[in-house]
Design a binder for this molecule. Structure first.
Ligand code: 13P
Ligand code: ZN
Length: 275
């Protein structure tokens, strides 16, 4: 037995490899964190090392004190994770105050959690509250089409949500609450973490202008599926604009959107519908 035989570790690595295969993770682009269940921590604990030094995050959330997170390493390439997990991913424990982490497994050879750990941590903090504890995954990727959209579409939640909803019939069913948008900011620190978590209080996904996308969800499949659905809708949107010379001749109307919501039993964010 090794920690790599534990199901959650396997599922986590598979998700990372799937993201790489989608083309969303050039070089070290993107990062993935997962808040482990008590049973998963127990299954992994035999492989834990003595905790390293506590490292402050610059952000804090007391209700995440004592939690354990799987995290990708900063500067590490998604394409290498399945070949060499212990140097590219790890498990960190959060201190009781909820403002520092320490490595308890993996990230060997001096690696550290993703530079976006403050953003992940604050997103976990708000999504855990917004979902009564159901949210476990925060996933950041660099999918080309959603990034391209941030050069052609007004940087508002309403404009992005409507464009994506109207780009594929399943979209309003998959993300009826819409997506938030964070304007361009310097990545990797507390400021962008706080701006993103503000959006995540309302939305389960947030676009980073000219950079990428953050998605949240209760498990790896649902969160990966949300990333995939949003990026595919963005691809269709860009194809429509490119092939139509910027003109859209037909679309899913607001009446159609309401009909989809009724049929599938979801509640669309009403303020994003026009008529
Ligand atoms: P890390 O390599 O630190 O995870 O950063 C990648 C990234 O996407 C920054 O936004
Ligand atoms: Zn990034």
């Amino acid at each position: 037995m090794s920690i790599l035989d534990v199901k959650i570790i396997n599922d986590y690595i598979r998700t990372i490899t799937d993201g790489w295969e989608q083309g969303w993770h050039e070089r070290n682009g993107g990062n993935l964190t997962y808040r482990m269940t008590k049973d998963e921590v127990a299954a992994c604990r035999p492989y834990f090392t003595e905790g390293g030094a506590w490292v402050e995050m610059g952000v804090s959330a007391a209700h995440l004190g004592g939690e354990y997170f799987l995290t990708t390493g900063s500067g590490k390439f998604f394409r290498n994770v399945c070949l060499d997990p212990v140097h590219n991913i790890g498990i960190v424990e959060i201190n009781p105050e909820g403002n520092a982490w320490r490595i308890v497994w993996g990230l060997e050879g001096g690696a550290r959690p993703t530079s976006e750990f403050p953003s992940h941590f604050m997103n976990h903090a708000v999504r855990v509250k917004a979902t009564n504890g159901a949210c476990r995954v925060i996933y950041h990727a660099h999918p080309a089409n959603i990034i391209a959209m941030t050069y052609t579409t007004p940087l508002t939640a309403k404009a992005f949500t409507r464009a994506l909803w109207q780009s594929a019939t399943e979209c309003p069913v998959v993300f009826p609450g819409g997506v938030g948008v964070v304007p361009w900011m310097v990545p990797g620190g507390a400021d962008i973490a706080l701006a993103t978590s503000k959006e995540m209080e309302t939305y389960e996904a947030a676009v980073w202008a000219h950079h990428g996308l953050f998605c949240s969800g209760p498990d790896l499949d649902i969160t990966f599926g949300l990333m995939h659905t949003i990026e595919k809708a963005a691809e269709i949107y860009n194809l429509v604009l490119a092939t139509g010379g910027g003109k859209i001749l037909a679309t899913i109307s607001d009446e159609n959107l309401r009909a989809i919501a009724k049929e599938f039993g979801v509640t669309l964010r009403e303020e994003f519908l026009d008529n």
